[in-house]
Design a protein around this ligand. Structure first.
Ligand code: CP
Ligand code: NVA
Length: 303
């Protein structure tokens, strides 16, 4: 049994899960591999894509998902994570959780007797990263030597991409203002992975430097869930990092634009970019379903 709290948890399985996602998307797997299985889905934050793709994914694999809003659970009234983990493990075959604090998901996974899959925390968004690499692979036919540049706030989405990119032979740069760099510990691990795989990870506040030889331009909101109190300061600090057509022109010819969504048009990205020919945002959103079915298959299917 394993968990997917961080991309680090599946370092040796990333390629396998990606291959599985490609197979699943093309219809090449048995029809109901998760027949009779149940996934509990705990949400401490809002969600459109994650909630629906996990629910539909479980259904399509022959199982079912139960939506649990944390405000309705006893956990929301203070029941310990330990007890919640033990009790849920007696009822369900897997737990998906979108949590405010990363450490709560780590604790849940420590005590759960069934696999725990993170559906986003303040530190990582591993399922999103799988959908993203599936999208890049489909678009270019390969990931080897492709370079992704994350522009803006070095947040949870950026962190998971930093970990997954070098594992698959990709280079990655981050263009962010000072003070908005990705998590230090994640960056350190990502650089170790990059060294092992002969790829490169760089972080710069200079957009011109970060955009050198880039195939994928990726951005995310400037104000993530939980950052609302810093709205004014963040808009000021990040204003020079908006992805517009001039910025896209700095990337390689044929470069694509990606965003995990939800997006704020006119803030982190302009309309001509997100709704223009570079954009693959809806393929990316659809791939949440296929990538997560692969993750569910990997973690929940009986051997
Ligand atoms: N990208 C993503 O996780 O979207 P939701 O917040 O809608 O789940
Ligand atoms: N960085 C964003 C991602 C939403 C899917 C957030 O955490 O709100």
């Amino acid at each position: 049994m394993g968990n997917l709290v961080s991309i680090c948890d599946v370092k040796d399985d990333v390629q396998h899960i990606l291959d599985l996602a490609i197979k699943i998307k093309s219809g090449e797997i048995e029809e109901q591999p998760l027949e009779g299985k149940t996934l509990a889905m705990i949400f401490q934050k809002s969600s459109t894509r994650t909630r629906i793709s996990f629910d539909v994914g479980m259904y399509q694999l022959g199982g079912r998902a139960i939506f649990l809003s944390s405000s309705d659970l006893q956990m929301g009234r203070g029941e310990p994570i330990y007890d919640t983990a033990k009790v849920l493990s007696r009822f369900v075959d897997g737990i998906m959780i979108r949590a405010v604090e990363h450490c709560d998901v780590v604790e849940l996974a420590q005590h759960s007797d069934v696999p725990v899959i993170s559906g986003l925390t303040n530190v990582e968004h591993p399922c999103q990263a799988f959908a993203d690499i599936l999208t890049i692979k489909e678009h270019f036919g390969t990931l080897e030597n492709k370079k992704i540049c994350f522009v803006g706030d070095g947040n949870n989405v950026c962190n998971s991409l930093l970990l997954i990119a070098p594992i698959l032979g990709m280079d990655m740069s981050v263009a962010c203002p000072k003070g908005y760099e990705p998590n230090k510990f994640i960056l350190k691990i990502a650089k170790e992975y990059a060294e092992e795989n002969n790829t490169e990870i760089t972080v710069s506040d200079d957009i011109n430097v970060a955009l050198d030889n880039v195939d994928v331009v990726y951005t995310d909101v400037w104000i993530s869930m939980g950052d609302e109190a810093e709205e004014i300061q963040r808009k000021k600090d990040l204003s020079a990092y908006q992805v517009d057509l001039d910025l896209m022109d700095m990337a390689n010819e044929g470069a694509i634009f990606m965003h995990c969504l939800p997006a704020v048009r006119g803030q982190e990205v302009t309309v001509p970019v997100i709704d223009g020919p570079h954009s693959v945002i809806f393929d990316q959103a659809e791939n949440r379903l296929h990538a997560q079915k692969a993750i569910l298959y990997h973690f929940l299917k009986d051997e």
